[in-house]
Design a protein around this ligand. Structure first.
Ligand SMILES: [Zn+2]
Length: 313
């Protein structure tokens, strides 16, 4: 959780309270966040299957990975957590839909004239107007020759087809996580008289859970960054930038090119964090945006299919 108070100062007050809070024995039932989180869970829990896809037989391996974290008695500074053996990539798929769209149109079919064929008979069998066959084949009369090849202009539903793939611009950086705090202005859970601005999306998961790059890009920052703790910043195409905060481990270096799904870090609670989670921020042209809006952006890719892939021809 990174909050900013209304006057723009990074929530110093909040930090002090958090420190005191952690200094005391941590009684989870008294944690105001818990109530807040429960409310979010009931109403706003994301449907992970709509955001990402884990491929078949790798699912059990993934489950093991997500449960190997250490989540007990973690100090605020958990850089001491033993480095976990993390994979280089997770199979996250940005594909939302993949369909074939058929466009109707006229297709020319070849026909070899048989014994006793007449133009009327051929036109009837293809459900095509006789005049159209004459025009297509530049026939001046209705007489046909045995073995003559005619081009029949047939109107069909799938004269041409395209594959339309819709992909997400960003995938959820912690595939198996739950949203515990959303982006935007809200009442400070520590002080109801103080309105704060939450600059990102909090995704709760155990310490050590893999964090992946939400899209292809280049690592432009890694390291400790105040209240953000261990963090990674990635620059993407079209002016987008993503920030991954409170990590326990960082697995990439500045200047590295990363693909969507590349494991860049592990979930932690470094910096100003009351519990293990990833604080995820998205910038567009230097301005903060709602990460959930970014996660909902899709791109459409259209590929014309070759004739051989078109059914019925
Ligand atoms: Zn946050």
């Amino acid at each position: 959780m990174i909050s900013r108070s209304d006057n723009g100062n990074v929530g110093k007050k909040c930090f002090v309270i958090v420190s005191v809070f952690i200094g005391l024995s941590f009684d989870i039932s008294a944690n105001p966040f818990l109530r807040f989180n429960e409310e979010i869970d009931k109403t706003l829990a994301p449907n992970p299957s709509s955001v990402f896809k884990i491929f078949g037989n790798q699912e059990s391996e993934m489950q093991k990975l997500f449960s190997q974290g250490i989540n007990t008695q973690v100090e605020e500074e958990d850089s001491q957590v033993a480095a976990l053996d993390l994979p280089k990539y997770l199979d996250v798929s940005p594909v939302v839909s993949n369909t074939v769209v058929h466009e109707s149109g006229v297709v020319l079919k070849k026909y070899l004239v048989q014994k006793k064929d007449t133009l009327t008979k051929i036109a009837k069998s293809f459900l095509v107007d006789m005049a159209k066959i004459k025009k297509q084949n530049a026939l001046t009369s209705s007489s046909l020759k045995l073995g003559q090849v005619l081009e029949i202009p047939v109107q069909i539903k799938n004269a041409s087809s395209s594959r339309v793939i819709r992909k997400k611009l960003f995938v959820l950086p912690v595939p198996q996580s739950r949203v515990t705090s959303r982006f935007g202005r809200r009442v400070d859970p520590f002080n109801k008289y103080n309105r704060v601005y939450h600059t990102g999306l909090d995704l709760a998961a155990k310490v050590g859970t893999p964090v992946v790059s939400a899209a292809d890009g280049e690592v432009i920052f890694t390291g400790r960054n105040g209240g953000y703790g261990n963090s990674v910043t990635i620059q993407h195409k079209n002016g987008y930038k993503t920030v991954y905060a409170h990590c326990s481990q960082i697995l990439v270096e500045v200047g590295e090119t990363v693909k969507m799904g590349r494991v860049i870090a592990a979930v932690g609670r470094t910096g100003t964090a009351t519990g293990a989670h990833l604080h995820f921020e998205v910038f567009l042209n230097g301005k903060l945006m709602n990460p959930e809006s970014a996660l909902n952006i899709t791109e459409k890719f259209i590929t014309k299919l070759p004739k051989s892939e078109i059914a019925g021809i």
